[in-house]
Design a protein around this ligand. Sequence first.
Ligand code: DWN
Length: 406
Amino acid sequence: MPTCRICGTPLHTFLDLGHHPLSSAFPAPAEAPGAACDAFRYRLAVGRCERCALVQLTDDIPHGYRPYPGYPYHSSGSTVMREHFRATGRHLLRTELSGTHTPFAVEVGCTDGVVLRCLADAGVRTLAFEPSGYTGHGGIRVHRAFLTAASAREAVAAEGPAQIVYAANTVCDIADLPGLFAGLDELLAPGGVFVFEDPYFGEIVGRTAFDQFYDEHRYYFTATSVRALAERFGFRLVGIERLPVHGGQLRYTLARAGRRPPSPAVAELLAEEAGRGLTDPAVLAAFAGRVDGVREDLVALLEELHAAGRTVAGYAATAKSCTVTTYCGLGPHLIPYICDSTPAKQGRLTPGARIPVRPPDAFAAPYPDYALLFAWNHAAEIMARERAFRAAGGRWILYVPGVRVV
Ligand code: DWN
């Protein structure tokens, strides 16, 4: 029986989406299916800890399959995300870093470093812990290591303690959360804070956004589970903000126990989660039923369009699209290609489904009749940019929170 990675209590598995390839394993067309980077499969099932309520993948991915060389994701691929991270930098300067003499800020998993760049431009000393080997950090200093007690001690010896450690879309990926908290304990100044943002499980359930489940996200946090996690490691959840990006995220602020009272927003969200019964078995069973319904509706729509001779392309070969194509059994017969703006994905095939990835300008050459929007979290930005598609008679297919054509 799978057990909680944090407290060892049995997990209640509420969703099993079958066996999936790694969401960032885009093979070259010449790679033979059996030997290609997308040949590896893991079971994509999600469970909730009976004790600390932490929602997590039930199965571990064996060491050696990740991280990937040349990780193909970078935060600045979207105008909205770039502006979100710049605004985050300004927000941290105004709040946690204001009034601090020679402040020192650390980011864990910075990809292209938009937040740290913003802080560095304002005179803050910055350092990123980024083990992936990704190199496009825009000139900020990077320590190519995970944040652990040992790597934190090295940083403190060289730089002194940090006023803030920040992470976006990273904590949910980290296998060794006890190691991360040991690193935070070493690295943070006594009054320092850990601020992190990740997809909110409450939004995943509310929107039936099952495609947020994939190998890179081991944990799906709630205020309730983050409070328990923080307290286990000597910290306290003192702040919560709702963020509209990536389909609905939460930004959590943790301080050392006894250093800062929680803001009213913490108690409010804890009460809301209790009222919703967010991780009650009946609520989770209903969610799993809705996920099945989305699959049925999406497959039926795509088969109907195919039978009617209508053309359909995918838009954005997201990590989320791997979950959708694998779980729904979609391949090139229903989606002959996906257009994506990431050069490292173009000319390759999507993991498992093996749908060719084309550059964005292939979208208009010619336009398909329908476009299945896998980056639904960027819908406003993409639909505005691609308004000529609608003007030419094209229609978008969305599947979150339910399947519909717009
Ligand atoms: O946590 C994670 C986050 C936040 O992003 C990672 N583990 C992986 C990644 O997930 P994703 O791939 O589902 O993220 P996005 O931001 O929904 O999609 C990015 C992909 O979409 C890239 O391949 C680029 C593509 N894209 C595009 O082709 N045109 C994105 C936009 C905004 C566009 O206009």
